[in-house]
Design a protein around this ligand. Structure first.
Ligand code: GDP
Ligand code: MG
Length: 164
């Protein structure tokens, strides 16, 4: 893959934008391709240890909401999923595994794209690792722990993503 497109998806508030901002630095562009859409996809060109890729942040997926904004966000996330070569599916250790995560996982499986399961907010690997194993229950692969806020585990996550 010459320059892979990587999309970060998951429910709102799991830390997608925190990871995106940690990697994107200043190179952010906002793509508005549908008039009236309030939640646009945000792209960045990232160079990580000499590997170049395009990263897409998404507003988040609330699988069963009928709220207009949330359903627009879900549509935007679906476009990002369709565009991506690899998907980072982000979950949140602090909230734990919730039913909506399983529904997002179902949505992602239907895409037939490679998925790397990230468990964010693992602020202390020593304290938190036991809880990370719960996320195996999604049946979507090995959970990769990180703390986007502390910028720990990001290298290992990208290694997984770029291996695909
Ligand atoms: P998004 O909606 O998925 O884009 O989530 P945001 O990146 O906006 O983050 C949602 C909240 O989670 C914010 O208050 C962040 O500061 C917080 N957050 C993000 N990453 C971490 C983390 O690694 N650890 C902790 N404790 N909080 C985090
Ligand atoms: Mg965000």
């Amino acid at each position: 893959m010459s320059k892979p497109i990587i999309a970060i998806v998951g429910r709102p508030n799991v830390g997608k934008s925190t990871l995106f901002n940690a990697l994107a630095g200043e190179n952010i562009s906002i793509i508005k391709d549908t008039p009236g859409v309030t939640r646009d996809r945000i792209y960045a060109d990232v160079e990580w240890l000499n590997v170049n890729f395009t990263l897409i942040d998404t507003g988040g997926i609330e699988p069963e909401s009928n709220d207009v904004i949330l359903s627009q966000m879900r549509e935007q996330a679906q476009i990002a999923i369709d565009t991506a070569d690899v998907i980072i599916f982000m979950t949140d250790l602090k909230q734990g595994l919730v039913d909506a995560d399983s529904k997002v996982a179902d949505m992602l499986r239907r895409s037939h794209k490679p998925i790397v399961l990230a468990v964010n907010k693992v602020d202390s690997f020593q304290r938190d690792m036991a809880e990370v194993y719960e996320f195996y229950n999604l049946g979507i692969g090995d959970p990769v722990p990180l703390s986007a806020a502390n910028r720990t585990g990001i290298g290992d996550l990208l290694d997984e993503v770029l291996r695909i």
